[in-house]
Design a protein around this ligand. Sequence first.
Ligand SMILES: [Zn+2]
Length: 329
Amino acid sequence: MEVAIGLDLGGTDLKWALVDARGRRHGGGTTPTVADRGRRGLAQCFRAAVAAAENMGARKRLRIVAIGLGLPGAVKGPRGIVTVVPPQIQGIRGLPVAAMLEQISGVPAVAENDATVAALAEARCGAGRGKAGVLLVTVGTGLGGGLVINGRTVRGAHGTGAEIGHGVFMPGGIPCRHDGIAGQGCLELYTSATALVRIHTELGGAADASPREIVASARRGAHAACAALVQIGTNLGLGLASAAALVDPEVIIIGGGLAAAGELLLQPVRRAFRNQTIRPLIRGAPIVKARLGNTAGAVGAALLALEETVRPPQRPSMNSKSRRKVPRV
Ligand SMILES: [Zn+2]
């Protein structure tokens, strides 16, 4: 069976998976991210993940035909030049990550924003299955955005399509620390795990509480934790209303680490969205939790690699006998 290696680069680890064209995972794993060491560190962790994937592929008699990478930033062009990166992964801006992966693995490679590939995975085999317009946000350290319209990812002219996290939320607000962005008051500074920790502290919660601990406190009804989640949920709902006004999606999917907070986060998101959005979207664009969990990035990266680098099977020509068959819809 033909599969692609899907990679999902994060601040602490690089996830990998072997995935077929239907989005089924045939195993995977993680390897630590070597941050702060630029090209050499990145190549080192790519090589480790590719070697582990190749070993598993050989054991399971899978044929690896492509490789795809999702990363928390923006990439441009067929060589996958990194143009924007978050503060947790410095030193890789300007690197041609797709070209590097092609050299390491010997198969065609693509690179794309991690939320964009997660949106593709959710659109193909998760919470957005069967929907023509899928808008996904990943609420983690930052706020990622991905958009799939009629089955195709929206990358934009510079590879920064659907970067909702860098839309303006607060004019003159907190400066954005991304390498490649000079702005202030980006939405992700007001709705992300990082924002949750800051707002929780501002509301009197323990300054050293992790996002996970804050969510656990909120489940027990702690005031600062509940109020902080309501605040970032409200901010996200408002941001989503702006995004939805532009793209008119059929479903809005919330993924990323903080999606684990479930209704504690989703309820304030829905409430703020409902009060702000265009009327038909209140029912028409339900806000739901992602279904694929933390494998969505690697699965989507592999799917994108299979779709963009492997030639689809030849359709029967118009002159063949098959034209009299009833077309499948
Ligand atoms: Zn920003």
